[in-house]
Design a protein around this ligand. Structure first.
Ligand code: ZN
Length: 474
């Protein structure tokens, strides 16, 4: 199956995205795509200082030349991330209240406006957003468009994340990184000249975000096995059938070879389509991403700088590959189900543990809320473990066919220029170790660590990561 067929399949199962143009010089077709999707509407181009220079300015000229009423808003910040204040800023841009948007952009402190209050009825007089930028700008435009019951056009400037076509926007709200449900853009215009010329670290970050789908896929298999989140065939095959191929040329990505960059970008876009088909981020992330969410919530910086999503995810991905390596050394066919069931904590015990684990964290009730959602009683645990014992050899084989060894993943990251050790993003191995209890508890989604807690093999797969000879030996 070639790229065209894969994309056509992706568009066929996507709930929101209808047009995807990817080629060298594709930006030229943006005005025509805009007119087709949003006839008679006004455009507001949203960019930051860098993306304005590399693409926004020329898109602005193209739109004006095509007689589309156009305003441009350049976010004048060296560093900003997807937090609620900027969503409110982008909401004002949709409404054409540019001065208010600028005031919000320049305000300091934290906005506590309730998320629910931001919805507005559809209004033909509103501007349609044209996102020119990478992940953060795209997510801001995605959520603000949704607040106004309309879609938008996105022009990615780097192969740095999978969020361009994903369902949902990842935003920090009241201290917690959250994925807000909202539709993907109706149209994506990906100019490969611009994307290939992006800073190398951004492309390496995108490669790591795509590689995260390797352990994330294995964790989806586990959630499917326990019946918590069944695999959705459309979403699975669209991405996972081609993932190994799309990750196969880290050298080419590092060298900026056009075909390798096109494959990487396509992989990221297919991930987004898979999320649309599933209406959730399950096809694209699991524990591999939660390490990154903790770093976002604590505003982790290295050398004074926030670290990119993909670089943070690289470390989470490597860590989970190491955990899987340890899992494959176990024989779960001999689990003592009855003693595991006898040791299974009550909901109240788990809630208290969660409050303890998240004490002093910016979102202290996060673990409590999520474990309350995903807690299962002893009877369910008995059934899960009985099934696990019975099918372990087959399940293990499937998981091994999915996930890469730590060694292999680390080699690929070294080649592509993504972090291969936590120190490269300013995180210590002790910090990674201490994140594990939070990672297990911070999402309602069933993960490998949940299974390990049930079967009494949590320490057996986590501790060796940090022991002598382990991936992150301390
Ligand atoms: Zn991601």
């Amino acid at each position: 199956m070639d790229s065209k067929e894969r994309i056509a399949r992706g568009l066929a199962v996507s709930t929101d995205t209808k047009i995807f143009e990817m080629r060298s010089g594709a930006a030229e077709c943006a005005p025509q795509v805009f007119k087709q999707c949003f006839p008679g509407r006004k455009a507001a181009i949203v960019a930051d200082v860098n993306t304005w220079r590399v693409l926004g300015k020329s898109v602005d000229s193209l739109f004006r030349a095509a007689s589309i009423p156009t305003e441009s808003y350049v976010i004048d910040k060296n560093e900003f991330h997807a937090e609620w204040r900027y969503v409110e800023m982008t909401d004002r841009i949709v409404e054409g209240r540019f001065d208010e948007a600028r005031a919000l952009e320049n305000s300091t402190g934290y906005s506590d406006s309730p998320a629910e209050d931001s919805f507005r009825p559809a209004d033909e007089n509103n501007f349609v957003l044209v996102s020119v930028g990478s992940g953060v700008i795209n997510d801001l435009c995605k959520l603000a468009s949704h607040h106004h019951a309309q879609s938008y056009l996105t022009l990615p400037t780097a192969a740095s994340v999978d969020g361009y076509t994903s369902f949902g926007a990842s935003i920090t709200y009241q201290g917690a990184k959250q994925t807000f449900s909202c539709p993907a853009p109706v149209a994506v215009v990906a100019d490969l000249d611009v994307i290939a010329a992006a800073p190398k670290e951004m492309t390496a970050a995108g490669y790591a975000d795509l590689a995260a789908k390797v352990p994330a896929g294995a964790e989806w298999m586990i959630a499917d096995f326990v019946g918590s989140e069944p695999i959705i065939p459309d979403a699975w095959h669209l991405l996972q059938d081609h993932l190994d191929d799309l990750l196969a040329d880290p050298e080419g990505v590092a060298e900026g070879k056009p075909e390798a960059i096109a494959d990487l970008f396509e992989g990221l876009v297919l991930s987004g389509f898979a999320m649309q088909a599933a209406q959730s981020s399950r096809p694209a992330s699991c524990c591999d991403h939660l390490f990154s969410h903790i770093l976002d919530m604590t505003e982790h910086r290295f050398n004074g700088k926030l670290q990119s999503h993909g670089f943070q995810v690289a470390i989470g991905t490597l860590t989970m590959c190491a955990v899987f390596d340890n899992l494959f050394k176990l024989d779960l066919s001999d689990i003592d189900v009855e003693s595991c069931v006898a040791a299974w904590p009550t909901l109240e015990q788990e809630q208290n543990r969660a409050l303890e684990v998240f004490k002093g964290f910016p979102a202290p009730r996060l673990g409590y809320d999520q474990i309350t959602l995903k807690y299962e009683d002893a009877e369910k645990v008995r059934k899960e473990l009985t099934d696990l014992k019975a099918v372990w050899p087959q399940l293990k084989e499937r998981l091994q066919g999915q996930v890469y060894s730590f060694e292999k993943m680390q080699r690929m990251f070294k080649i592509v220029g993504a972090p291969s050790d936590p120190s490269e993003i300013g995180v210590t191995r002790e910090q990674i170790r201490d994140m594990f209890p939070k990672v297990q508890l911070m999402r309602y989604r069933f993960n490998l660590l949940d299974l390990a807690k049930r079967g009494g093999f949590y320490e057996a797969i986590v501790d060796p990561v940090f022991a002598r000879g382990g991936a992150w030996e301390i």
